[in-house]
Write a protein that binds this ligand. Structure first.
Ligand SMILES: Nc1ncnc2c1ncn2[C@@H]1O[C@H](COP(=O)(O)OP(=O)(O)O)[C@@H](O)[C@H]1O
Ligand SMILES: [Mg+2]
Length: 386
């Protein structure tokens, strides 16, 4: 109801003011596509856009109130909801300038006249920052996608070994769009068709996180040129690039500067500056991997007041913290870090306990870090590597 009502109101007031669509575009700075979508009842304006339209139309107080009320009725009635499924944005997001330039460039291609559906695949090893980048990106371009954001973790590489069935993901999406339980078909194909129908005239972001392979994501791709789909995967999903024209965005570990800036953001500038050499050694031992830096920073943060040079000592004594691992082709059945057809495994992931420094009790040679009551270990063979 909100969209249709707002669209009617907008068109009525524009015509009464003797403005063409182009006049309103020029006076408000809002794009022609956005205004015509609104007038056709296909989308509602965000706060800033609404302000620009009301200003350009020189509405009196009463009309302003009607506009605001109609725009606020988003998500009600038969036209569906505006889902907001993204996980929270990371406050300490750092680095990734190059990747961000690429993805913002891709965003600009969405809904270009005569354009194609935009699908991006963020690939890279576990812990490198794929999900974080996808979520950051989707939040920062949310204004361009007034019909909302869908997000699902497809559990492609979780220990459970049970990637999510695409039909289940589609069921969740349809429900989030406002389709009632009774109207959601049973079969995966029917669900896929209904999903494409529901997204056909919408402008939204769809984040398919942690995808196992192409088969898992294909049924979840909207066909609308107004939608942006962002997939993250440890696999390269090369056939999606070849067949669907998906754009690959490769992520590698941070540069040293990025890793240091991320460490400083997490432990605080003051603490970082107090031991710059230890900070350098720590990020080096973390292999500049985002996940490793996050874990190490958390460990340092929970021992306030202590020096953190001890962390390096422990880590160095234990061997390498993080050893590298490459993404594997989707056809590999042996899992992302096993010695598969791509050659010798080059792992880069935390020790199986997931805790750093390792707290594995009796198997570890424990020692207490200076100035701290927390225990750390120097387990031979590498407390963090595996
Ligand atoms: N750009 C970034 N800035 C700060 N921290 C990051 C960044 N990217 C990743 N991280 C941190 O690293 C951890 C692993 O990132 P994640 O996106 O989950 O990796 P992946 O999806 O590649 O496995 C996250 O907990 C996050 O806090
Ligand atoms: Mg992830």
């Amino acid at each position: 109801m909100g969209r249709a009502e707002f669209g009617r109101l907008l068109r009525e007031v524009r015509l009464r003011s003797l403005l063409t669509l182009e006049n309103l575009v020029e006076m408000s700075g809002v794009s022609v596509r956005a205004i015509s979508d609104m007038e056709r009842g296909q989308s509602l304006p965000r706060q800033a856009t609404l302000g620009e339209l009301m200003g350009a139309l020189e509405l009196d107080e009463d009309e302003r109130r009607r506009f605001v009320e109609a725009a606020a009725r988003r998500g009600q009635g038969a036209t569906g909801r505006v889902p907001r499924q993204l996980p929270p944005d990371l406050a300490v997001f750092r680095g990734r300038e190059e990747a961000l330039a690429t993805v913002y460039g891709l965003t600009a291609q969405v809904a270009e006249p005569g354009g194609h559906v935009v699908v991006a695949v963020i690939g890279g090893m576990a812990g490198v920052g794929k999900t974080t980048l996808a979520v950051y990106w989707a939040h920062h371009v949310a204004d361009h996608f007034p019909d909302g954001q869908l997000y699902v973790n497809l559990r492609g590489f979780e220990d459970t070994g049970h990637p999510m069935d695409p039909a289940e993901a589609l069921g969740g999406f349809l429900a989030a769009l406002g389709v009632s339980d009774l109207d959601i078909p049973r079969g995966a194909e029917e669900r896929g068709a209904l999903f494409r129908e529901w997204t056909a005239s919408r402008r939204m972001t769809v984040v398919l996180d942690n995808a196992r392979d192409e088969q898992q994501v294909r049924p979840l791709l909207p066909a609308s040129t107004g939608c942006l789909t962002v997939i993250t995967s440890r696999s390269q999903l090369s056939s999606l690039v070849a067949v669907e024209g998906a754009r690959p965005v490769g992520l590698d570990v941070w540069t040293r500067e990025e890793a240091l800036s991320a460490l400083a953001a997490r432990i605080g500038e003051e603490r970082y500056r107090a031991e710059p050499e230890a900070a350098g050694a720590l990020v080096e031992l973390c292999g500049h991997l985002a996940l490793a830096v996050a874990i190490v920073a958390a460990q340092v943060s929970v021992t306030p007041g202590s020096r953190y040079a001890w962390s390096c000592g422990n880590c160095a004594e234990a061997g390498r913290c993080w050893t590298p691992c490459r993404p594997v082709p989707a056809e590999s059945t042996s899992g992302p870090c096993s010695r598969g057809p791509t050659g010798p495994c080059r792992r880069r992931q935390p020790c199986s306990s997931g805790i750093w420094p390792c707290t594995r009790g009796r198997r570890c040679r424990r020692r207490r870090p200076p100035h701290s009551r927390a225990s750390a270990c120097g387990r031979p063979g590498g407390c963090c590597g595996s």
